[in-house]
Design a protein around this ligand. Structure first.
Ligand SMILES: CSCCC(=O)/C(O)=C/O
Ligand SMILES: [Fe+2]
Ligand code: NI
Length: 181
């Protein structure tokens, strides 16, 4: 179930509101220019399927998005378990950053908590399998996957080089709730 919690940036201990209905969440995010959509994520895949298998299994969804929005590349981010490499990935996305292009992420397994800043507000949206999240370019944000990450996401880029980000150096994420396992 997706969940949206809206906070004032100085009061991370007390959300101003919490929404749990997908339509309410999508409508609230849309007011801020963020799109949350649902896609079919029921492809039969082994738990350890590699990036090529994931991209092949979701080719119809990717092709449709590519036709609508003209992406130049796609990759698969898989973060599962908590070995050193996974912990490094978790730590990297927990640092507040922004991108020069929209962040377009299709969650095909597991879940992740995206926290987005709009003025003095922080919108923390828990995304799960089947969610397609589009965050406009330039929005400051971070992502938590919890202490035992389980997240597989297809990432779509306009940039043929793939993922690139500018880290803001702001430690706001350290004051906000993490994704609970
Ligand atoms: C769920 S996609 C993983 C992380 C990522 O690419 C990003 O930019 C998070 O903000
Ligand atoms: Fe990002
Ligand atoms: Ni799973």
């Amino acid at each position: 179930m997706s969940v949206l919690s809206v906070y004032h940036q100085n009061r991370p201990e007390q959300p101003l509101k919490v929404l749990t209905h997908h339509d309410d969440i999508a409508a609230t995010l849309a007011e801020a220019g963020v799109r949350l959509e649902r896609l079919d994520a029921r492809a039969a895949l082994d738990a350890d399927a590699g990036p090529d298998e994931v991209l092949l299994a979701y080719r119809p969804q990717i092709d449709r998005l590519q036709a609508e929005r003209d992406f130049a590349s796609a990759d698969v981010l898989r973060v599962t378990g908590n070995d050193r490499q996974q912990n490094e990935l978790r730590a990297r996305f927990l640092e507040e950053h922004r991108h020069a292009e929209d962040e377009v992420r299709f969650i095909v397994a597991g879940r992740g908590l995206f926290s987005l800043r709009f003025g003095e507000l922080v919108y923390a949206v828990l995304c799960e399998k089947g969610d397609l999240l589009t965050v406009p370019a330039g929005i400051r944000h971070w992502l938590d996957m919890g202490e035992h990450p389980h997240l597989v996401a297809i990432r779509l880029f306009r940039n043929s080089e793939g993922w690139s980000a500018e880290f803001t150096g702001d430690d706001i994420a350290s004051r906000f709730p993490r994704l609970e396992d």
